[in-house]
Every structure is written in structure tokens, then in C-alpha cells.
Design a binder for this molecule. Structure first.
Ligand SMILES: Nc1ncnc2c1ncn2[C@@H]1O[C@H](COP(=O)(O)OP(=O)(O)O)[C@@H](O)[C@H]1O
Ligand SMILES: [Mg+2]
Length: 234
């Protein structure tokens, strides 16, 4: 499988080279080589169990590849300290895993890990950005699913990541909340010129968000290209 690249001319932000992970005899991710351009949104689609989440978890080293590697701006990610890597490559999962406590405490967590205090004005800007102005003092146990996912996104954005990994970020939400999160993703990715990889089982959503899509089956990359061509939607 040749290495596939995104927008010609744009710098490559993230590249996987023969990226693979086995767990015992099981192959979760098999020989995936792909390039993602700076500012691009790439959708990852494929049947349940295809290895989409496993692939995503390798990109910020939540799991370790058993062979192959990842380059971040041409630098091998094994030479980047894991904490630094996870700050630069943020992740939002299907369900927001928020810590018990206030919205503000959750959002301040990332910067505090790097020894930084998130100024109240920046906190409020982040809350406004995700459509939750004034929510800082609320307890996370009182949030709706959509609100919690917005907090999860704000918490990740507080780290000012270069790459945003999203694993089925709207699949636990009702259609209206999902559309709101989609809009938010499109806006923040273009404002911050972030690179984004979104796993979704929803082909229409892939078409709305991503210009390019890759299809995974049984751990392998089986197709990649413009979303409308690869998924026959749009
Ligand atoms: N830590 C693990 N050990 C063994 N098998 C796993 C592990 N994590 C996931 N799997 C299996 O690997 C396959 C790929 O899982 P996953 O990446 O979650 O797929 P997807 O996100 O596409 O639904 C599935 O069959 C799953 O059961
Ligand atoms: Mg998954």
C-alpha cells in the first residue's frame, strides 16, 4: 500500500509508517501508512471492531505500536516525552471522562499538569468558545451529554493541541447535540488550523466534516481518498 498524502503542497503534520499493533495473536492495527496534512480533517471509518479506536490510540501513544512508528512534523514520536506528546495531540472520546468536580477544574487540569495556571479570562473564553458561557462553577454531574462533550473539547483545547483526535465524539448524543458538536469541531479546527482525525461510523457525518476519509477493515487501511469517492456519499 503506497503512502497516501492529503492536500498537495500543505506540510505533513502527522505521518504513520507501517504502524501496527498486536495483542497476543490478535492483530489490532496492521501496517497502516498514511500522511495527514496540517489543517486537514481526515475521517476514519469502517465496521465495528475494524481497529479504528486502536489506530487512534497509537497516534498519541496511549498504546504502544508493536512495529512501525508515527512522525509528528517529521519527528519520530518516540523522541517526544509522552506527556508533551499528549499535550500536542489531544483526544476526545465517545463519552466525556470528566473528573468529579466543577467544569472549571476539569478544564484547568491539562495546563496545570504543565505547571501553568489557566487565567480566568482564558477560561471564560474557552467556555464561550464551546458554547458554555458562565458554566465554570457548575458541577459536571449536572451536565447533559452534549454539554459534557463540549467540556471535554474545551479541556483538550486548553492544552492548545496541534492535532485533535476524536473517537466517535457524537455517537452518544442526540441528533441536535451532535450537529452542534460538528459545527464546533469545524469552527475550532479552522480557526486554530489544527489537524484533526475523527473516527466515525456515520458516513454522512464523515462527508460533512472531512474532505478525505480512510476505511479500515480487520486492522488494515483498505481505502483512502476524497470522502465522497471513498464513501459514495456527499
Ligand atoms: N487490548 C486489547 N486486547 C485484545 N483485543 C483488543 C484490545 N483492544 C481492542 N481489541 C479488539 O481489537 C479489535 C479492534 O478494536 P477497536 O480498535 O476498538 O475497533 P473499532 O474502534 O473499529 O470498533 C476488536 O476486535 C477488539 O475486540
Ligand atoms: Mg472504536
Amino acid at each position: 500500500m503506497p503512502i497516501e498524502s492529503g492536500s498537495p503542497g500543505a506540510a505533513v503534520e502527522l505521518e504513520t509508517r507501517h504502524l501496527s499493533r498486536r495483542a497476543g495473536e490478535r492483530v489490532l492495527v496492521s501496517d497502516v501508512s498514511v500522511q495527514v496534512s496540517a489543517g486537514e480533517i481526515l475521517a476514519v471509518v469502517g465496521p465495528s471492531g475494524a481497529g479504528k479506536s486502536s489506530f487512534l490510540r497509537l497516534l498519541n501513544r496511549l498504546d504502544e505500536p508493536t512495529s512501525g512508528t508515527v512522525l509528528v512534523k517529521s519527528r519520530d514520536f518516540r523522541s517526544i516525552a509522552p506527556r508533551e506528546l499528549r499535550r500536542r495531540i489531544g483526544m476526545v472520546m465517545q463519552t466525556a471522562y470528566l473528573f468529579p468536580g466543577t467544569v472549571a477544574a476539569n478544564i484547568a487540569f491539562g495546563p496545570r499538569q504543565s505547571g501553568e495556571i489557566l487565567a480566568p479570562a482564558r477560561m471564560e473564553l474557552l467556555l464561550e468558545r464551546v458554547g458554555l458561557p458562565g458554566f465554570g462553577d457548575r458541577d459536571v454531574s449536572n451536565l447533559s451529554g452534549g454539554e459534557a462533550q463540549r467540556v471535554a473539547l474545551a479541556r483538550t483545547l486548553a492544552n492548545e493541541p496541534e492535532v485533535l483526535l476524536l473517537d466517535e465524539p457524537t455517537s452518544a448524543l442526540d441528533e441536535a447535540s451532535a450537529r452542534g458538536i460538528e459545527r464546533l469541531i469545524l469552527d475550532v479546527v479552522s480557526e486554530r488550523r489544527m489537524t484533526c482525525i475523527i473516527v466515525t461510523h456515520n458516513r454522512a457525518q464523515a462527508a460533512r466534516l472531512a474532505e478525505r476519509a480512510m476505511v479500515m477493515e480487520a486492522g488494515r487501511l483498505v481505502a483512502i481518498g476524497p470522502t465522497s469517492e471513498v464513501l459514495h456519499v456527499g
